[in-house]
Design a protein around this ligand. Structure first.
Ligand SMILES: O=C(O)CCC(=O)C(=O)O
Length: 311
């Protein structure tokens, strides 16, 4: 089970709405001065973690929240991820996955195991999403990572371990996208904990690669934690030298009018989406479907595919 949660509604916003979070207007010189520190972790069990996390997202571009998943749910996730990996290998073929130059990436896990829907119901996740990208936000992606131990893998050898932004656009500080990455294994420097470059979010021009190499920090946190980051933050997968796989699940949530990486409604089918709670349906894109005919366009308001008020 996911650990019992507090009331997400009461925790939401905390005085740092999306607009406030979007005002991180710093330049590249600040990267050099602001990036020295490692963000302190917040305990999801403690009252008032959300405002602190939002403030840290604004300043450093990332924050760590510990104690979100129970040990039991983490173990169920681990089993489901390995099972899903085998199903993806069967469906896509290892050769095509190799050609994509990805290592251990599991896309569209929701199609293979219903356990992954539970991640979209976690109040701590929803509280961050509400505050950063609003209640009409949608899931851009949910990707699992079974990062193998390959000590010799150089930075930049694959997309994941090259410095990149998951939302590679600068919109004058407007926050359009937020990431929530779960550490299924504890993240350590040794096992390839995600490298973040503090204070490199919301930059108009990419920071110099030498600065990122120098100032990138390996996130370290216990299993069951979430690493939350502004999706414009520069980051990369670390190098896993631990001798064991490092498991994680990344989520990216965007404003509702931005296209998803995978059209989850079409990928999963109407029945699977309709079986989910209303908020999950919203996140999967059920209320931002694009019509394909005049018949669909002129449906009564209550049956519209693209619902009013989505932004
Ligand atoms: O596996 C990681 O730690 C990072 C993955 C990553 O960079 C991404 O999904 O954008």
């Amino acid at each position: 089970m996911i650990r019992p949660q507090g009331d997400a509604e009461s925790k939401r916003d905390g005085g740092h709405g999306a607009a406030a979070a979007g005002e991180a207007g710093h330049g590249m010189s600040d990267l050099i001065s602001a990036s020295g520190g490692r963000a302190e972790a917040h305990d999801a069990q403690s009252e008032g973690w959300l405002p602190d996390v939002l403030a840290q997202l604004q300043d450093a571009g990332y924050a760590i929240v510990t104690g979100v998943l129970s040990a039991e749910f983490v173990e169920q996730t681990r089993v489901a991820m390995y099972r899903t990996q085998e199903q993806i290998w069967r469906e896509v073929g290892k050769e095509r996955l190799d050609l994509a130059r990805e290592v251990g990436v599991l896309r569209c896990m929701l199609k293979f195991d219903p356990l992954f829907f539970r991640y979209l119901e976690i109040p701590d996740v929803l509280a961050v999403v509400d505050a950063m990208v609003g209640r009409t936000a949608i899931l851009h992606l949910q990707n699992g990572f079974i990062l193998p131990s390959v000590p010799g893998l150089e930075r930049g050898a694959i997309f994941q371990n090259s410095f990149h932004r998951d939302f590679p656009r600068y919109l004058n500080g407007y926050v359009a996208s937020v990431n929530v990455m779960f550490a299924i294994d504890a993240f350590t420097e040794d096992n390839g904990g995600t490298i973040v470059v503090p204070a490199t979010h919301q930059l108009e021009t990419p920071p110099p690669i030498e600065a990122m190499n120098r100032q990138g920090i390996a996130v370290e946190c216990p299993s069951g934690s979430m690493l939350v980051f502004d999706s414009t933050l520069w980051h990369a997968a670390g190098r896993n030298c631990s001798g064991r796989d490092r498991l994680a699940i990344n989520h990216q949530f965007t404003r509702s009018y931005i296209k998803q990486q995978i059209d989850y409604v079409r990928a999963l089918g109407d029945g699977a989406v309709e079986a989910q709670p209303p908020r999950t349906q919203q996140l999967l894109g059920w209320h931002t479907r694009v019509v394909t005919s005049l018949g669909e366009y002129y449906r009564p308001e209550a049956e519209r595919l693209y619902r009013k008020g989505q932004g």
